[in-house]
Design a protein around this ligand. Structure first.
Ligand code: KG4
Ligand code: ZN
Length: 354
């Protein structure tokens, strides 16, 4: 098998990610984030993200080449995220990738961001085992259910083949899970990004203190939205609970609110993911996305999956958050499977389906 040398570009949200792989070997994974620029707005501002990508791209490519010792001329292909994501942000990466592919006279692979997250798990990381204590040895096997949770997406997928058979089982109907963490943090007066802040506050709280709603989990919802998620009702329930306390002149027990909110999110995510594994008789669950940094989510997923006879795979966090290595890895898989490159007709598609 020949192992293609691929450079991947990821600019779908606020991370400018450049990754270089040779087949399934990770050579570099460079990430520049504009998160700090968004902090004062309490969320990612698309225009700010797009401009930041434009500034960060060239230095990030140079850094990835330097780290891997690869010369541009050695590349076999260029890969880029063409969607889903923020349109303006995607366009910066797509434009750069086209320019690079044309100037190097190399094939260009436009790939789906969500499928890219799954591809993070094909990389051969056994030599880096300490990076990912929760990742069993070996790599992605089929079929696998994937739960992807970040500030921009929350989706459950059934993966039979990364290079051509990925089925979207369900996704969020409103807010992404990370977005819910960010919004609830804000209403508790905690800074952005809210996930780590809620996590910290929750450590001292009681997850059973307040019974917050589990979105789309009633029997009537499960019939139609078995694998879909909804977090806006939960966010509203937390807001109402806090308002009532304040109106009564009582203090807000932030640790208990944070722990109870986190438990509601984790419970729904894990319950639906395990249901998908059982329904489809799939003994593997892959986790991805920035919210996977949540220790409680990892622990509950690992415990409940064990009860269900399901193996949980969690790539190292640097490959769970948005990055270019996963995009390069997916393109390398496509090349090794003999798939044709993209024509140059593609653009950025903010709602690109899997
Ligand atoms: O994948 P990611 O880095 O990129 C974006 O989606 O932009 O995910 C960031 C999201 C944010 O919403 C952040 O609050 C959330 O992941 N997050 C967490 C934790 N760490 C980051 N959510 C819950 N618990 C955490 N420990
Ligand atoms: Zn992502």
């Amino acid at each position: 098998r020949t192992e293609p040398l691929v450079l991947g570009i990821e600019t779908s949200c606020d991370e400018t990610g450049i990754g270089i792989v040779r087949g399934r070997t990770l050579l570099s994974n460079t990430i520049a984030s504009s998160m700090e620029e968004h902090a004062r707005y309490g969320g990612v501002v698309p225009e700010v993200a797009a401009r930041a990508h434009l500034e960060a791209l060239q230095p990030a490519i140079d850094a990835a080449l330097a780290e891997s010792g690869v010369a541009l001329a050695d590349l076999d292909a260029v890969a880029v995220t063409s969607g889903p994501g923020l349109a303006g942000a995607l366009m910066v990466g797509v434009g750069a990738a086209k320019a690079l592919a044309v100037s190097l006279e190399r094939p260009l692979y436009a790939v789906n961001h969500l499928v890219g997250h799954i591809a993070a798990d094909v990389l051969d990381l056994d030599a880096h085992a300490s990076l990912s204590p929760d990742r069993p040895q070996g790599k992605l096997e089929y079929p696998t259910v994937a739960l992807l949770v970040s500030g921009g997406h929350t989706a459950l997928l059934l993966v039979r083949d990364l290079t051509g058979d990925v089925e979207l089982l369900g996704e969020t109907m409103d807010d992404a899970a990370g977005e819910a963490f960010d919004k609830v943090a804000r209403l508790l007066g905690l800074p952005y990004p809210g996930g780590p802040e809620i996590d910290r506050a929750a450590a001292a709280g009681d997850p059973a203190a307040i019974a917050f709603p589990r979105g789309l989990s009633r029997a009537s919802d499960m019939a139609k939205h078995r694998y879909d998620f909804s977090f806006s009702g939960l966010k509203t329930a937390v807001a109402r609970w806090v308002e009532q306390r304040e109106a009564a002149g009582e203090p807000i027990p932030i640790p208990d609110v944070a722990a109870s909110f986190r438990e509601a999110v984790v419970d729904v995510l894990v319950t639906k993911a395990i249901a998908a594994c059982r329904d489809h008789d799939v003994p593997r669950l892959l986790l991805g996305g920035g919210v996977i940094a949540n220790r409680r989510l990892r622990d509950v997923a690992i415990a409940r999956a064990a009860e269900a006879g399901v193996e949980v795979r969690i790539p190292p966090l640097s490959l769970c958050t948005d990055n270019g290595a996963m995009i390069a890895a997916l393109a390398a898989e496509l090349i090794m499977a003999g798939r044709a490159p993209s024509t140059f007709a593609f653009g950025a598609d903010s709602t690109l389906p899997v």
